[in-house]
Write a protein that binds this ligand. Sequence first.
Ligand code: DMJ
Length: 648
Amino acid sequence: MFFRKLPGVSASGMGLRLSQKFVFLLFLSGLVTLCFGALFFLPDSVRLKRIFLSKTENQAVTVGSENGARDHTKKVNRDQEHPRGITPGRGETSTKLKSMSRKPSVTYEARTAEKAAAGKSPEDWNQARSKDEPGKAATGSEKQTASARHGEHRAAFDYEKFKKCLLKPPLGTEQGKPSDLQTQQRRDKVKEMMKFAWDNYKHYAWGKNELRPLTRNGHIGNMFGGLRGASIVDSLDTLYIMGLMDEFQEAKEWVQNNLDLNSNGEASLFEVNIRYVGGLLSAYYLTGAEVFKKKVIELGEKLLPAFNTPTGIPRGVINLGSGTSWSWGWASAGSSILAEFGTLHLEFVHLTELSSNPVFTEKVMNIRKLLNKIEKPHGLYPNFLSPVSGNWVQHHVSIGGLGDSFYEYLIKSYLMSDKTDEEAKRMYYSALEAIEANLVQKSPGGLTYMAEWRGGLLDHKMGHLACFSGGMVGIGADDGPPEKRQHYLDLAAEITHTCHESYSRSATKLGPEAFRFDGGAEATATRLSDRYYILRPEVIESYMYMWRLTHDPKYRQWGWEAVEALEKHCRVEAGFSGIRDVYATTASHDNMQQSFFLSETLKYLYLLFSDDDLLSLEDWVFNTEAHPLPIIRRTCPQEQGADGVPPE
Ligand code: DMJ
């Protein structure tokens, strides 16, 4: 070491000072090391620790949603996450998504913890801990811990046992083959239509979301984020029940090898849920193939961050990669849509069944709780709700678009719970009463319809989407108050009749997107913009349910009229296409074979011409995309004694 001699200081004196300094420096550095080391022993919340040890450490972080309502700690690795607020490129999904209000719904920490919670094994969930804080609403993880404390350990899902407990074989005794020749031929025709739609999709659009049958190419669209193959996932169960086994096998292999869930696109929570989650769940329950179960649980976990809002009401759009979510730009004041957040229940309950993870059911039960408690104008549920305040944003009520499948999921939740979900039952029948009192109308020509309601004023319009309600009111008729059962069945028949009228009053015998009952109109579209038909299923769906409930042959006849009309006006050389004007005989095609045509329209037609034991309503409920989900029975009927009690 080299020291410069200081003026006026002797060499020996300088040596003494230097050694003193050396000892002092040594002491100082020891002290610093000691203090720094002590940081590791401080509690997680101490700010100094967060300043010095951020980013790269495996550490416990405080979890909080927007309003800080959730508060628990979890071990997570921050390096695995995207930084908060950054959303990856949107590519083809951008056009519509640009108009969304960009409000990330969750803090970075909340997303991290959510993912960590979702990724745990059932044993981990039971061990997961969180501190009880009086006065705070229990979060998902806290409730998980609570259920663990109460000894609610769910056994892993047993597919063989599930199969044994069904009342009927899923495909019926003879694949649902009808006894009379004419019905057999009609059913064969529907199967041929499915094969034609599938073959063309496969040829021209394989792996894309939908087929463009005129330009003979694929369509990706902006509803499913980066997910692909919507037509494949939506078709799995239809192919299977129709016995198109080679095609089913191709579809299954595609799911196994190509369905990539690690996408970064921005997706509609609702659409991904009803088509992908619903499609994969059904495929699993029908076949027992593990690949479907694995994929669907993984996908379900990716949807969870959408629920991280102050109320737990999910936002409509989610980036499946980052977990960031926000509301549709067109939905007033950043609100969530009733038909979207109200159409998750069936699938999420089944996600819990298959994964043994209670978090999925907790998320939807929380939505249910809020909707049950909130004040409802005239007992009606408006279409827009703020996920921040939990209040209605506008008083627009509709049984068609924006509201529709919420009502459907209430009665189906009750049926799917083996009629044990009393809350869903109560909510459904009181909603139906309010609908009857406020929305159900009779036209001057004697047609029953469900009008829309705008802050107290009736809009005498019914959308094609609202035509599912014939089937819904029908399947719920039997569990209503005894004095109302026949009335509900009649109401279901009247609505289905009105929807059929909207078809039979058009030149193509296909129904418009919306039809009116004012200005002299009786179930006809009065606006040019309402005249299109995009291969929608709702009217045929109601025919199918009404057939099963009444066996009145007119429903099969009406279904056959629809088949003929589809063949004549929608079948083109390379698939099926929607049309722009149902009142024009020279068709103008919209160049789109919607995936719901394969999952719903053709499936409901096939079921309409099949025996009732093909996907028997005693065992199955259909989600809103026509994917069959089994009724959940806590005790297996086959294991019960003659007195209905399980043997000891
Ligand atoms: C389908 O995706 C579902 O039935 C949804 O509930 C409403 N719309 C389409 C079909 O019209």
